[in-house]
Design a protein around this ligand. Structure first.
Ligand SMILES: C[S@@+](CC[C@H](N)C(=O)[O-])C[C@H]1O[C@@H](n2cnc3c(N)ncnc32)[C@H](O)[C@@H]1O
Length: 294
């Protein structure tokens, strides 16, 4: 459990009160809250029903933080069953390698016993990998999508604590974690600058943030090919698996509105972080950043 010095309240009533929501039975998910003000806004976010993707205009949904949050949650609520398999096959197994590298880079920098937070954990690959290498560590894993969290916990032997929370409004006190990890997270945030500031806030001084994500390649030629490939194949698979091209075409839609790996380093510096690692893969289409809160 999370160390007892923290003022933690465990509360699983947030969605049970909404009897129309299909998220009524919350057998495995633990709601971890520390600040009633923050919980209020987290509740407002998570208790709305997901909206069918085909009814949404993606460009309009991604244009504003509130609609982007709703769209992204509906998206991941829809694809939770296929996400792991898709990620493995679509990346030809590379995703598992990138995540192992991320986990190694952050684990070797984090003192034993330090609390770790995995943002937008989804089905918990990163949180589970950290737990298996560090049995003494408390790993908290948050996500907005209850189906994704549950999928990860189903049959999992991992001891990470899953919590429903918005990375833009983290329900934890300042300087609470020794490290924060984020796999494909900030690109999906309602506003990445707000989520980065939250990650900075909850890290203790000297703490580490490690991220893995897609970026726009610097080379315009490769960028067109890379984004075009993600768009074409993503939309095809999305149509085949979910009858909704945007369910996997979303990767390219979000990427087109995103930034290069170098620009993300700048955003980290602008938040106050010092960059220790900027490791680009696939010619800048994927990158791992490791940054320290001074
Ligand atoms: C592409 S998945 C990444 C999952 C996992 N981190 C991985 O590396 O495979 C993105 C996740 O971000 C979550 N997410 C999106 N917006 C969020 C937010 N504002 N707060 C918390 N999680 C969010 C989604 O529900 C989804 O599970």
């Amino acid at each position: 459990m999370v160390a007892s010095e923290a003022p933690l309240v465990f509360n699983d009533t947030a969605c049970r009160s909404d009897s129309h929501d299909h998220h009524t039975v919350l057998d495995h998910v633990t709601f971890i809250v520390t600040n009633p003000e923050r919980v209020k806004s987290a509740r407002m976010t998570i208790c709305r029903n997901p909206v069918p993707l085909n009814e949404l205009d993606v460009a309009r949904e991604l244009a504003r933080p509130e609609t982007k949050r709703r769209f992204v949650r509906s998206l991941f609520d829809t694809i939770e069953g296929s996400y792991d398999c898709f990620t493995r096959w679509f990346s030809l197994g590379m995703d598992a390698r990138w995540k192992r590298r991320l986990v190694r880079l952050v684990s070797e920098r984090t003192a034993p016993g330090g609390r770790m937070l995995d943002l937008a954990t989804g089905t918990g690959d990163i949180a589970a990998a950290i737990c298996s290498g560090r049995p003494e560590t408390t790993v908290v894993a948050i996500d907005l999508s209850i189906p994704m969290l549950r999928r990860g916990l189903r049959g999992s032997q991992s001891r990470y604590l899953a919590a429903v929370a918005d990375m833009a409004v983290l329900p934890y006190p300042a300087r609470f974690f020794a490290s924060v990890t984020a796999g494909y997270a900030f690109r999906n945030a309602p506003e990445h600058s707000v989520a980065l500031a939250e990650a900075f806030r909850v890290l203790e001084p000297g703490g580490w943030l490690a991220t893995l994500d897609f970026y726009l390649p610097e080379s315009i030629f490769w960028r067109r090919l890379f984004v075009g490939y993600l768009r074409g194949s993503g939309r095809l698979i999305g149509r085949m698996l979910h009858g909704a091209p945007e369910s996997y075409g979303y990767i390219s839609s979000s990427l087109q509105r995103w930034m290069t790996a170098a620009e993300f380093s700048e955003a980290l510096r602008g938040t106050g972080f010092e960059i220790a690692v900027e490791h680009r893969m696939l010619h800048g289409g994927i990158a791992i950043h490791v940054a320290r809160r001074p």
